[in-house]
Structures are given as C-alpha cells and as structure tokens.
Design a protein. Structure first.
Length: 342
C-alpha cells in the first residue's frame, strides 16, 4: 500500500508522538524519500533523531498554532499526515480554550498551508470521542472534522484532497491505559479500573497507520473513514493485560467513572451509518457536498426516517479475556516489556 509513496516527501504534524513516530518508521521502511517531523517538543525530537539515526528524517520545530512554522515544515512535501493535537481529556477539560487553539485553529492552519503549497493529500486524525461528545477534547476534534469537511466543500477545485480518519483507543499509545496497567502489575499495586463494564474499541498502532494509509489512497475530498475495530470491557482489558504479564489473580480497584468519560464510545453515528459505504475492513462516509445555498439545508430535508444503529463499542464485536490477551500479546510494545527491553 505504501509503495505509492516511494521517493515521496511526507510531512507529519505531531511527528514525535505515538502515532507520528510509528507512521514515520513505517514510511521509511516502505521507501519514502524524506519525512518531515513537525512538533513543538525539542526533547522528543532529539530523542527520535538519536534513536532512529535516519538521514531521511528532517526535523522542524514549531506549533500548528503558528501558520508560518507550519508552512516552513510543508515546503517541498507531497503529502501530509496531521496527527498533532491535544488528546488528554482532563487537560482539555481544564483548558478548553487551548484545545480549540490546537485542535481546531491549528488544524485550519495545517489545511490552509497544505492548500497554499499544493500538497496532494492531507489525512487528519480524529477520535471516537468526536461522536456525541461529552468532553472538550471530543468537541474540539468534532470541530476539527467540520473544519476539514468545510474546506473540501468550499474548495471543490483544490488540488489538495483533505480526508479524515476516526479511531478508538490505540493500544499502548502514549497516555493509554495499558502502560498504566503494566506499571501497576510490575509494582505489585492494584490495577485501577474506572468502571468494569465500560466498553472501548481496540486498535494497535500499526492498525491506526493502516487506516490512515487506506484513507490516503481511497479518499475523495471530505471523506471520513473508520476501521471496524473490535471492542472489550475495561475490566476484560485489565485482566487480559495481567494474563499477558503472567499474573493469574490480579488485584483490581474500581475507582468509578471520571469526569468527561462515557460508558461506551461511538465510531459512527446512526446518521453517518445511514450513508456509509462498507469497504470490508473499513466504513467510508462521503462528504455532504451540497452547495453553500442555505435553502438546501434549511428548506429541504429527507423523507427517509429509517436509521440503522450507531457503530459503537457496545454493539461492535466483543472480545473475551483470552481474545484480548492474544491481541495484546502481539503488540511489539508488550513484547519488549516481556523480553526486558522496556
């Protein structure tokens, strides 16, 4: 799939994060010519530069809030993967204005810069928390999606294709719960579970890269893609992590649902499911590309009232402890933990 990017120059915003660094490694392994790593953390850039020792990586210090620094990182690029975001629910709850500045305004800067510089394609990363959002992070990512779709709708002749991917919990990404479980098991303290019956989608970092790659090659302007990911309860995830770590009877402390959390997450609303194309492993939701004539939105509706269900973590395929443990055991990050490399 990535063969089409052989020799290409690809810019990654948030390139030192969990997803960005995984994507960078994947691009390099599949023949990309140059990868521009754009982020605001000089320490992470220095660590990544030393760890990979890859001359095809070029590092650009800046922030998506600063349009000039974004443009600087995009000069000479063919494609952009936009992963930069404020992703922690508590941080965005405490500072929602900062979430808007990065996730909404910053994304607009990325899209405008890509359009200005003639980038061929931009894939913007979103989250299941953008659907029926109850927290500032999800709300800001939902507005990011609307910003991307509005560009596609308002600029039908642009040479830049802007699309969106949504995904659920990315296992072992920075800030995810699995590293916390691993640390608690290693320290011999109880595993902290918010609410055992809470359900979440599960995706590996590699699957998140594959989803973005699929969007890159299949997208029409404004398309939204999700993977048909399986799901599990949080308690099952905890017990599966313990099983992989060789702990047969873990101690689990239930601490209750935290502010800004939901019992389950939704990858596609029923309204989106009603117009989604089934592509096997993925759903594609095409852009509502009606013109800017307000009457089309205000005076004309749909007579089709039949709606399917949402695609959420309660009605997705549910994994048991053994199935979840098998999924976790295949993660390179957990394999490194078990082998003593982490």
């Amino acid at each position: 799939m990535m063969k089409s990017l052989q020799g290409a120059t690809v810019a990654i915003t948030g390139g030192t994060g969990s997803f960005g660094s995984t994507m960078a490694r994947h691009l390099l392994d599949n023949g990309a010519g140059t990868v521009h790593i754009f982020s605001r953390d000089e320490a992470k850039q220095d660590e990544m530069r030393s760890r990979l020792g890859e001359p095809r990586l070029k590092f650009f210090l800046g922030d998506v809030r600063d349009p000039e620094s974004v443009e600087n990182a995009f000069v000479g690029a063919d494609y952009v993967f936009h992963a930069a975001a404020l992703k922690q629910v508590p941080s965005c709850e405490f500072f929602p204005d900062q979430a808007v500045k990065t996730n909404v305004d910053g994304s607009a800067n990325v899209i405008r810069a890509a359009h200005k510089l003639g980038i061929k394609s931009v894939v913007c990363l979103s989250t299941d928390k953008a659907v029926y959002p109850v927290n500032a992070m999800g709300m800001s990512k939902g507005l990011m999606e609307k910003t991307a779709q509005a560009f596609a709708r308002n600029h039908p002749d642009s040479s830049t294709t802007v699309s969106i991917t949504r995904y659920g919990n990315v296992m072992y990404s920075r800030g995810s719960v699995i590293p916390l479980f691993v640390r608690q098991l290693r320290e011999g303290v109880p595993m902290t579970v918010t609410e055992g019956s809470m359900t979440r989608f599960l995706m590996s970092l590699q699957e998140s890269v594959d989803l973005v790659a699929h969007a890159f090659f299949e997208a029409e302007p404004g398309d939204l893609f999700v993977k048909k990911a399986p799901a599990t309860t949080v308690e099952t995830l905890a017990r599966a992590t313990a099983k992989v770590m060789g702990v047969s009877n873990p101690r689990i402390a239930h601490i209750g649902i935290r502010h800004g959390e939901k019992m389950y997450e939704t990858l596609l609303s029923r309204e989106e499911m009603a117009k989604a194309d089934d592509q096997g492993e993925y759903f594609r939701v095409p852009l509502d590309a009606r013109s800017l004539q307000y009457s089309v939105y205000v005076d004309e509706g749909s007579t089709d009232t039949a709606k399917p269900n949402d695609f959420d973590s309660n009605n997705a395929r549910q994994l048991n402890v053994d199935e979840t443990a098998e999924l976790l055991g295949a993660l390179p990050e957990l394999q490194n933990v078990l082998s003593g490399r982490l």
